[in-house]
Design a protein around this ligand. Structure first.
Ligand SMILES: [Zn+2]
Length: 171
């Protein structure tokens, strides 16, 4: 699947659910998709899981992670639910970082994790809302404080925001 399509899919989901405002409520997205979210402590290496049982999705999120981390995890698991739930019934996400320091995953695995991260970023930082913020407010993106303020607006980590801005060529 190409990333342009993932971008459009995430955006149309937000529009359909009428949740395209910041900070995007990933909880509400899950609720409206009929997916439950539960705290799930599977050890410090696991950020989140998605379990599909008889078509019903349940997301488990590590309650010890920071709020922005938990939001990214939920968005990532929503992505697996939307894009990949036909493939398998259990997704376990270790401290998947957007940097992918994964221990040698297969190409197929890597691809679905990339797709899930791209979808999660598009869900949490919709391109139009991002452009609007950058235009309307005085975010100086050449300094760290500007990135920090923008990240706070969207309730994402600064690193996630930095990646997003880089991928969208918004610097
Ligand atoms: Zn994943």
């Amino acid at each position: 699947m190409n990333f342009k399509r993932i971008e459009n899919q995430a955006l149309s989901l937000l529009e359909k659910l009428r949740l395209n405002r910041i900070p995007v409520s990933v909880q509400e997205v899950a609720v409206k998709l009929g997916v439950d979210i539960k705290p799930y402590d599977l050890g410090q290496n696991v950020s989140g899981v998605l379990l599909i049982h008889e078509g019903k999705g349940t997301i488990g999120v590590n309650p010890n992670d920071s709020l922005v981390r938990q939001r990214f995890t939920i968005a990532h698991e929503i992505a697996h639910y939307v894009l990949h739930r036909q493939k398998t019934e259990l997704f376990v996400d270790k401290q998947f970082s957007i940097l992918f320091r994964s221990d040698n995953p297969s190409t197929a695995e890597l691809r679905i994790e990339r797709e899930a991260n791209a979808y999660a970023a598009a869900l949490l930082m919709p391109v139009k809302l991002l452009q609007k913020q950058i235009r309307s407010a005085d975010f100086n993106l050449s300094d760290d404080k500007g990135i920090k303020k923008l990240a706070e607006k969207f309730q994402v980590s600064e690193i996630a925001m930095t990646y997003r801005l880089t991928n969208l060529n918004l610097f």
